[in-house]
Design a binder for this molecule. Structure first.
Ligand code: FCB
Length: 449
């Protein structure tokens, strides 16, 4: 067996997000988020699950940091709950909410774990939703004001910042498909949401630079790999549209300073309202692009598939099946995504900010899950990331999704993505086989082939 070694200084971590793990949805002055609101309405989430308690991380934070230390993590990616800090989304600050993240950051630093904080991972304040939400241009100012409060408190100690997590999901799954909070089905609002999130990103990067903070700031995107089902003109064009909506719609304005025109022509009346000065703000230089990679898509033209007329079917590499989410497992897709950024977007610094899988986990009588399937998934994707590095991709770190089983949005608690098992009845944590395996990967800074 030979070991594929990663470059010196490569960062190894795991990721979570606030709403998925914290619970304490109305504790210590926290305001309601759109996910609290959505999950409290019947039939929106599988089994009517809610994030009310989740992993109870808000109360168990110190133990969770101790667990991260035990697992050898070098860095931890988490998100900050906007309505925990600003219960109404703007105005009065909830000091207890800020104190929580203050303690989290200090505990991580004391454990020698680098904090990587995301400002927005989908738990938008309900009060601002009622004032128009992301489709309202004022949301840009609201977000920047929130970011200022967070930077003022944590900017001296957090070296890695992301503005948004997967703005594609917020826009399209939340505002066009209506499967996520706020549950809106309207492409115009979805495209407007894309624009306002990107603008709020750019304004926040400007604010961060003005504050002369020492850290890096970037954005996290869910980037899939897209291939046409056949070489027919119809399939090629459908594939191009699907790619542009998922990748170019974000990467082009961020890096090249303009939206992909072909896509904007296609969506016609749903084109977002954009002001001339916006492009320069959105394309502020960033320090890194965070890549969340889960799956690849084979795209064919289909009249019955929504605005894009593009049917995206999951791709699995030979010998690999699907996860519990029905996502195809395709490790080479990760290499392709990283190399696409290298070749078409100037090879910015990148981190894989999420990668993982939900599989059927069966604990033994001691609560231990021998999840060798997940080990195989991680090993194959790490080799794919390594292939990309060897081909020149500027990749500097990797975060497993997720540190622990958690509230998987509209799918509730059924899919389990964690490297640590959570018993949702008792809150008990048990590292799975994949966590033990990952600790060794970190120790040797490499993966055995
Ligand atoms: C990503 C999300 C993350 C988690 C994983 C499975 O799209 O960023 O919160 O739900 O998928």
């Amino acid at each position: 067996m030979s070991t594929r070694r990663f470059p010196q200084g490569f960062l190894w971590g795991a990721a979570t997000s606030a709403h998925q793990i914290e619970g304490a949805w109305n504790t210590d002055g926290k305001g309601e988020s759109i996910w609290d609101h959505f999950a409290h309405s019947p039939y929106r989430v599988m089994n009517d699950d809610t994030g009310d308690v989740a992993c109870d991380h808000y109360r168990r934070m110190s133990d969770d940091v101790a667990l991260m230390k035990e697992l050898g993590l070098q860095t931890y990616r988490f998100s900050i709950s906007w309505p925990r800090i600003l219960p109404q989304g703007r105005g009065a600050i909830n000091e207890k909410g800020l104190d929580f993240y203050d303690r989290l950051v200090d505990s991580l630093l004391a454990a020698d774990i680098i904090p990587n904080a995301t400002l927005y991972h989908w738990d938008y304040p309900q009060a601002l939703q009622e004032a128009g939400g992301w489709p309202n241009r004022d949301s840009v100012d609201w977000f920047v004001d929130y970011a200022r409060v967070v930077f003022d408190r944590l900017g001296d100690r957090v070296p890695l910042w992301a503005t948004h997590n997967e703005p594609w999901v917020t826009a399209f799954v939340g505002h066009a498909l209506g499967l996520h909070a706020p549950g809106i089905c309207d492409y115009s609002q979805a495209y407007q949401t894309v624009h306002h999130q990107l603008l709020s990103h750019g304004r926040t990067v400007q604010l961060f630079r003005q504050g002369s903070y020492q850290g890096e700031i970037g954005i996290v995107l869910n980037l899939g790999h897209y291939e046409p089902a056949t070489e027919s003109q119809a399939d090629l064009a459908a594939c191009q549209r699907a790619y542009e909506e998922n990748v170019a719609l974000f990467m082009d304005p961020l890096i090249k300073g303009h939206y992909p025109e072909m896509l904007l022509d296609w969506i016609g009346p749903h084109r977002p309202h954009v002001r001339e000065e916006d492009a320069a703000v959105i394309s502020q230089p960033i320090d890194f692009v965070g890549v969340n990679y889960y799956t690849s898509h084979q795209v064919s033209w289909s009249l019955s598939h929504g605005l894009l007329k593009a049917n995206s079917a999951p791709v699995s590499a030979p010998g690999w099946g699907h996860t519990k989410m029905d996502w195809g497992i395709n490790p080479p897709g990760l290499t392709a995504v990283l190399l696409n950024i290298k070749e078409n977007y100037g090879n910015p610094k990148m981190y894989v900010t999420e990668n993982g899988c939900a599989l059927k986990d069966t604990p033994d009588e001691r609560g231990f899950v021998a999840d060798w399937g997940r080990v195989g998934f991680f090993r194959a994707h790490l080799m794919a990331a390594h292939d990309a590095i060897q081909a020149g991709a500027n990749l500097h770190g990797y975060y497993a999704w997720s540190l622990m089983d958690n509230f998987e949005w509209a799918m509730g608690y059924e899919p389990r993505f964690g490297i640590v098992r959570v018993d949702f009845e008792t809150g008990r944590r048990d590292p799975k086989q994949s966590a033990l395996w990952y600790r060794e990967v970190i120790t040797r800074n490499g993966v055995e082939e």
